[in-house]
Design a protein around this ligand. Structure first.
Ligand SMILES: *Cc1c(COP(=O)(O)O)cnc(C)c1O
Length: 430
């Protein structure tokens, strides 16, 4: 499509957008009575208007039935979980039985490490990306210390080459090969939080398996953003949070995937709790842990119904919009964003924005890119960021000089993308 840098053109794209009415389902933050341009769906997705109602339902059930709400009424809490995993299975490409919704991301990563980090003699190393999200780094560090291992010796980080921002896929695959006798686990994110780089989950997993190790992924910035086929890609385990692209609210309940080949593995180690115990006999309260033979066998505690409720409401909107439709709009919106950003660079006397995120064209496969663009500001970065805020643009600042923006298909518009370009160009030309 031939894009144009005009308000009329952007409005026409919105008019043609089959998902345009979904914005109405969300509460858009305002500044001085005007809706803000919210490009922070990668940080905390906006609240959909059905969340309150879904939470109120739980409160009403609690009020009406007390603890019996687990079993009584038209939607007993005991089965609530299944509604979530059905929808999620389409979003992350897994069997519903491979999914569980529990805890939060960092906790789940620790739990997965218990099961899937199995050091054997010299093969005790973990391969991961350099500059992973800090919580993941702290998770590795403290987890390894628990086993009296030195994180500096165990963790091998793949870095971008000199003067590059991104980690080359070939370098990841080469590292897996190079260290194959020393590695126990390969763990990457699906989309790097800082650069927006999408990793090739399928190829990393294949290479890891070929070398006889486990492949796990942190999908915090991937779930609800890019298409995933965890089961087909043969991924061993994955975890994500639901408050970013999945719009399920601050501190929303996390998601966890375990490939079904592990569900009945009696040798697998885990930290257990009563909610992972076989459903049929759980309430016999017997000694000796017998896991549910699905990903639910990794659950520990009583479900967080209030968090389930907001997750359910948010997922219902994904379901209604249609995952394929969202993919189509994500790509078009992202293409338009790149076009507008290039226009901005042309409108300033010298180039002021360098892009860290790979350009769409640099991806070989159609789908491999997300919503986010990370812009390295070559001058006055902090000033530009603050000026954007004053103009009602909500973006994200990362030291030393990076502004991250992530227009999402459910509630952002082409007009917002155009307006963003207009605002930032004005700021840069001042
Ligand atoms: C957002 C994010 C987290 C945050 O973890 P919580 O336990 O949900 O606070 C962890 N890892 C990555 C890669 C993230 O992007």
């Amino acid at each position: 499509m031939q894009f144009e840098n005009t308000l009329e053109f952007a409005r026409q794209l919105d008019w043609q957008d089959s998902l345009k009415e979904f914005r109405e389902r969300f509460i858009i933050p305002t500044l001085n009575g005007k809706e803000q341009i919210y490009f922070l769906g990668n940080s905390l997705g906006l609240q959909s208007k059905n969340v309150k109602q879904e939470i109120e339902k739980i409160l009403d059930q609690w009020g009406s039935y007390g603890v019996e709400a687990f079993f009584n009424g038209d939607a007993p809490w005991m089965n609530y979980h299944d509604q979530l995993t059905q929808v999620l299975s389409r979003i992350v490409g897994a069997l519903p039985s491979e999914l569980t919704v529990m805890n939060q991301l960092t906790v789940n990563l620790h739990l997965m490490m218990v099961s899937f980090y199995k050091p054997k003699g010299r093969a005790n190393k973990i391969l991961c990306e350099a500059k992973a999200f800090p919580s993941d780094q702290y998770m590795f560090e403290t987890h390894l210390r628990k086993y009296d291992l030195n994180p500096d010796e165990i963790i091998i980080e793949v870095e971008p080459r000199k003067r590059e921002h991104l980690i080359r896929n070939e370098d990841i695959l080469d590292a897996i090969h190079k260290y194959k006798d020393e590695l126990a686990l390969v763990m990457f994110s699906g989309v790097n939080y800082y650069t927006g780089q999408v990793f090739d989950i399928a190829r990393i997993t294949k290479a890891a398996h070929h070398a006889g190790m486990i492949a796990g992924f942190d999908l915090a910035h991937a779930a609800g953003n890019i298409p995933l086929r965890l089961h087909d890609w043969d991924v061993d385990f994955a975890c994500w949070c639901s408050y970013k692209y999945l719009n399920s609210g601050p501190g929303a309940v996390g998601g966890c995937y375990v490939h079904d080949r592990f569900h009945r593995d009696e040798n697998i180690k885990r930290f257990a709790g009563w909610w992972g115990y076989n459903r049929a006999t759980r309430f016999n309260m017997e000694k000796g842990f017998r896991p549910i033979p699905t990903a639910e066998g990794w659950q520990l505690s009583t479900p967080s119904l209030l968090l389930y409720a907001s997750h359910k409401a948010a997922l219902a909107i994904f379901e209604e919009a249609g995952w394929q439709n969202l993919q189509t709009k994500r790509k078009l919106l992202n293409d338009y964003l790149w076009f507008i950003l290039d226009e901005v660079n042309k409108m300033t006397s010298q180039k002021t924005i360098e892009f860290i995120t790979p350009r769409p064209a640099s991806y070989q496969r159609e789908n491999e890119r997300g919503c986010q663009v990370s812009m390295l500001m070559l001058e006055r970065g902090k000033h530009v960021f603050e000026a954007l805020n004053k103009e009602g643009v909500m973006a994200d600042w990362r030291e030393p000089n990076v502004i991250r923006i992530a227009p999402v298909p459910l509630y952002n518009t082409f007009e917002e993308v155009w307006e963003f370009g207009n605002i930032i160009a004005t700021i840069l030309n001042q």
